[in-house]
Design a protein around this ligand. Structure first.
Ligand code: COI
Length: 354
């Protein structure tokens, strides 16, 4: 049997937890659906694809990912509308997982194998996919090194897993973000464009300092001069200045966001001026001051389109135009919500029906 068509062993839970969940009030990332998917990599191939009840697992204290950080992940979402289940750009997320894997010296996963696993998991936990317009099922695929070895070299064994969380909004209010001009998220030649666990670990301390100053998140700048905007802690960032949608170009230090790409694709299709280029901190602040910046927002799977209300720099807070007048970001959010639920023509082939 080829790797692509490996049979998935399914063991269902004897006691579903679904009745304990208040689907009208779901905290992000704290409620887990009944099942998870797992698969092992050994001797150069993937084996043992399995769906089993979500639960704790046993690992060696010498497991190398804990020590040396060979750990990557993805974030994607499933939606349910009129009995149909849809995933949004799942193949693109898995392609990015493989690119992260290359950078971190980890094995690729054949697309068909991982899509089969995901679809089977979603069929098993279909009832966990929220049906209303604001909620969805967040899907967390991830891979980590499992060798028991205290020495620096790529692991020879890995585990790949997927679990799911019914979720509402990641951010419950417009954001106040601080432009970070001291700490760095990623440097040229580093792992900034990989979705590697360590990128998030290193962002925690600067983000904590910003939280203590009343900011929700950071806007990272380049490591060399802290002059150019890069991305936010949980999402890419986009601005509308002089009626042009502008976002930092993918320089190797920025996560190539799937939502970012979707927004740019839609904007071009709608005839908006779109620029992917370096954007300086000075340009953003000047555009706020002279009124040419009309919108600023984050884009990410978890965050979706997250409006930015305030930008802080060097102890000064700059207020942005009010949210309800933001023509582009409000329109793209609505369009994306519809496309994800099969209510817009999927002209880019982004939707898979489960
Ligand atoms: C996602 O948007 O899927 C992420 O991985 C970001 C994380 C903050 C939840």
């Amino acid at each position: 049997m080829s790797t692509e068509t490996l049979a998935i062993k399914i063991t269902k839970t004897k006691e579903s937890r679904i009745n304990e969940v208040d689907f009208n009030n779901i905290p992000f990332g704290k409620v887990f659906s009944d099942h998870m998917f797992t698969m092992d990599y050994k001797d150069g191939e993937w084996s043992n694809p399995e769906i089993l009840p979500f639960g704790k697992m046993l690992f060696s204290p010498a497991m190398s990912s804990i020590h040396y950080g060979q750990s990557i992940f993805e974030g994607m979402k499933a939606f349910r509308k009129d009995g149909e289940v849809y995933t949004f750009r799942a193949k693109d997320n898995f392609a990015r997982l493989n690119r992260s894997a290359d950078r971190m010296c980890m094995p690729n996963i054949p697309n068909e194998l991982v899509m089969n696993g995901l679809k089977e998991l979603l069929r098993t936990d279909k009832e966990w996919i929220p049906e209303n317009e604001t909620n969805s099922l967040y899907i967390r695929p991830f891979m980590f090194a499992t060798d028991e070895y205290v020495g620096i070299r790529p692991s020879e064994t890995y585990k790949f897993m997927i679990f799911c969380c019914p979720v509402g909004n990641y951010y419950s209010e417009p954001l106040k973000v601080k432009i970070e001009t001291h700490f760095t998220r990623a440097a040229n030649g580093g792992v900034g464009e990989a979705k590697a666990a360590g990128n998030y670990a290193s962002s925690l301390y600067p983000a904590k300092l910003a939280n203590e100053q009343g900011y929700h998140q950071l806007l990272w700048t380049d490591s060399k001069e802290h002059k150019y905007i890069e991305e936010s802690g949980t999402m890419n960032v986009l601005f509308v200045i002089n009626n042009t949608l502008i976002t930092p170009s993918l320089s190797g230090t920025i996560l190539p966001g799937i939502t970012r790409n979707s927004v740019l694709t839609i904007a071009k299709d709608w005839g908006y001026n779109v620029e992917e280029r370096q954007i300086t901190v000075t340009e953003v602040i000047e555009a706020i001051k002279n009124g040419t910046l009309t919108e600023a927002f984050g884009a990410g799977t978890a965050a979706t389109i997250a409006q930015i209300q305030t930008i802080g720099l060097d102890g000064m807070d700059y207020e942005l135009p009010e949210i309800k007048g933001r023509e582009f970001s409000n329109r793209v959010l609505k369009f994306l919500n519809n496309i994800k639920r099969g209510q817009e023509t999927d002209k880019w082939g982004w939707i898979d029906t489960v």
